[in-house]
Ligand binder design. Structure first.
Ligand code: NDP
Length: 308
């Protein structure tokens, strides 16, 4: 039976440490979340980010904008947030309405307040191995692995999914050169393979993984036949499946068939309670680093020394 990598427990302790570090440093990190329209799922994500900020003693500003806002008006709001000293992080909740150019919106955020780590400048820094904000989900996965004592160095890591949000930045993070001249202290030096919907014979690739990361958005797609015995499995997927026995009429499942894969894997992240809570925690961490002007330092050793 696999060890469970508990994202809730790690998140809780990291958030306490973030709150304490904030208190000791005497800063009030400020995060502005910008939500366009009233999509219920997006509104619920924004609410959980706001709540997490407030609990950690941060200042959180909840900016709500109408669905029919123009590109120019939205970019103007972002620029005003960029300019405010008490705001250290500016986050635009995605997806945006179809008439909005998302890339231009992401680029309008000041790279030094881009606590989501999506700005081309920060993605470029990640690509080059320079320091900058890391995208929160890949950052959270790296922290989960390192806190579970699972080194990726020299391991075969297979990532299924190549999105800009998860798969691609995670691949760069785990591939990064570690040590003198390298950027990160403990999460790089892996041999990384990235799969996608055109990958031929997916199982033959995933069976070679020491660490398998599933970020596909396909409910319970990955079964035990795709996982090597003793492998570490990180399930990023968050999928709603109908379930009439639940009050809401659905339940959340990952991309992995948890019951059978946990019989075969060496370690596994559950859904919910694995990667999900870590994403918001790393957002808090990035915002704290921004408020302290420390975002350009080694993010993982920072998390380890100050918060972990
Ligand atoms: P995207 O839809 O942007 O990307 C999905 C990726 O999976 C694509 O690269 C796609 O390939 C690949 N894929 C889809 N089907 C298959 C298949 N049958 N075989 C191989 N590859 C496949 O999703 P995201 O990256 O945004 O999100 C992935 C999942 O992670 C979702 O469930 C999402 O809800 C969840 N998520 C969870 C977060 C968390 O905090 N835990 C944060 C962000 C996302 P192709 O490129 O060829 O289309």
């Amino acid at each position: 039976m696999a060890d469970i990598i508990d994202g809730n427990a790690l998140s809780k302790s990291l958030r306490e440490q973030i709150a304490e570090t904030r208190h000791i440093a005497g800063v009030t990190p400020g995060l502005a979340t910008i939500l366009v329209g009233d999509d219920p799922a997006s509104a619920s994500y924004v609410r959980s980010k706001q709540r997490a900020c407030e609990r950690a003693g941060f200042y959180a500003e909840d900016v709500r904008l109408p669905e029919d806002i123009t590109q120019a008006e939205l970019e103007d709001v972002i620029r005003r947030m960029n300019a405010r000293e008490e705001i250290h992080g500016v986050l635009v909740q995605q997806p945006l309405p179809t008439h909005i150019n998302t890339e231009a919106v992401v680029a309008a955020v000041d790279p030094d307040k881009d606590v989501d780590g999506f700005h081309p400048v920060n993605l470029g820094r990640l690509m080059r191995g320079d320091r900058g904000f890391l995208p929160c989900t890949p950052f959270g996965i790296a922290r989960l692995l390192s806190s579970a004592g699972i080194s990726v160095s020299g391991k075969n890591v297979v990532i299924v999914g190549r999105s800009l949000l998860v798969g691609k930045p995670l691949a760069l993070l785990l591939l990064a050169k570690v040590g003198p001249g390298g950027r990160l202290q403990e999460t790089g030096d892996a041999t990384v393979t990235v799969c996608h919907s055109r990958t031929r014979d997916l199982s033959s690739v995933t069976l070679g993984a020491d660490i398998l990361v599933c970020a596909m958005g396909r409910p319970e797609f990955v079964g035990a036949d795709m996982v090597r015995s003793g492998a570490t499995v990180v399930d990023v997927g968050i999928n709603r499946v109908e379930d009439s026995t639940r009050p809401r009429g659905y339940r959340l499942v990952g991309d992995v068939m948890y019951d059978e894969v946990s019989e075969k894997a060496g370690a596994i992240t559950p859904v919910p309670g694995g990667v999900g809570p870590m994403t918001v925690t790393m957002l808090l961490y990035n915002t704290l680093q921004s408020a302290r002007n420390l975002y350009s330092q080694d993010p993982l050793s920072g998390a380890r020394n100050e918060s972990g």
